[in-house]
Design a protein around this ligand. Sequence first.
Ligand code: NDP
Ligand code: 8X3
Length: 252
Amino acid sequence: MTTSPRTALITGATAGFGRAAARKFIDNGWQVIAAGRRAERLDALRAELGDALHTACFDIRDEAAMRAALAALPERFRGIDLLVNNAGLAQGTKPAQDALLSDWKTMIDTNVTALVTLTHALLPTLIARKGALINISSTAAIYPYTGGNVYAGSKAFVSQFSLNLRADLHGTGVRVTAIEPGMAETEFTVVRTHGDQTASDKLYAGAHPMTAEDIADTIFWVATLPPHLTINRIELMPTSQSFAGFQVHRDG
Ligand code: NDP
Ligand code: 8X3
C-alpha cells in the first residue's frame, strides 16, 4: 500500500455493507469511489461524505459502462489501493426445481461475471500499488442449504477465486481476502424476495443479526492490517446463527 490518502473502490455502495464501508473508510481518512446503480443514493452519500467520495453510477453487469466509469475517474481517484468487490445479490429462495432461470442468470452475471471483469480490469493497478482486494463472499459458499443453489454456488466461486488469486499474485505484494458473512440485516432479503419487506422483517425479527456496520468494520480491519499480513478468508456469523444437521428422506 502507498501512503495516505489511500483510495478504495467499493462496489454496491448504495446500501448495506458497501454504504457502511464507504462511511467507515472516509471517516478514517481514505478516499472512496462509491459504485452502484441508484444515482439518488450515490448523490446522497456524496452530500453526506463530501469531496473524499467520488460516485460512479453504473450497472456492474454492463462491461462498457464499467470501463467508461473507470476511464472517467478524476486524476486523484485513479490510484486505487483497494478494491472491495461487494456488489451482489441473491434472487429467490425456492429449491432448484422451482427456481427461475432468469434469477440464476442475474446472480451469475452479477456475483461472478461482473466481479471477475472488474477484478481483471484493476489487477494491473493493484499490482503496481501493492494494493489489496477484498471479495464479499458468504457462509453460503461453505454450508449448503435448501434454496441456496445458484446463490451459494456463485459465492463458492467468489471464495475459491479469491484463494486462487492469492496463488497467482504470489510475490506481487497484493493481498486478497474473501469475507464470508452469515446473516446480516440489509436490503439483501428484500432484494432476494423481489421486494417482500414483510418477509425480510420476519426473518430478522428477534434474531439479532449482524449489521452492515459489523461487516464494514471487518472490511476496514482486513484492509488496514500491516502489509506483511493477509487474511485469506474470514467467516463470521451472528451469535444467534449456527449449524443444523443433514436431512434424511425416508420412503413412505
Ligand atoms: P444490499 O442489497 O443491501 O446491497 C447490495 C448492493 O449491491 C447495493 O448497493 C446494490 O446497488 C449493489 N448491486 C446489486 N446489483 C448490482 C448491479 N447489477 N450493478 C451495480 N450494483 C449492484 O445487500 P448487502 O449489503 O447485504 O450485500 C452486499 C454483499 O454481501 C452481496 O454480495 C451479498 O451477496 C453479500 N452478503 C450479504 C449477506 C447478508 O446477510 N446481508 C451475507 C453474506 C453475504 P444498486 O441496487 O444501487 O445497484
Ligand atoms: C447471505 C447469507 O445465509 O442468506 O449470503 O445465504 S445466506
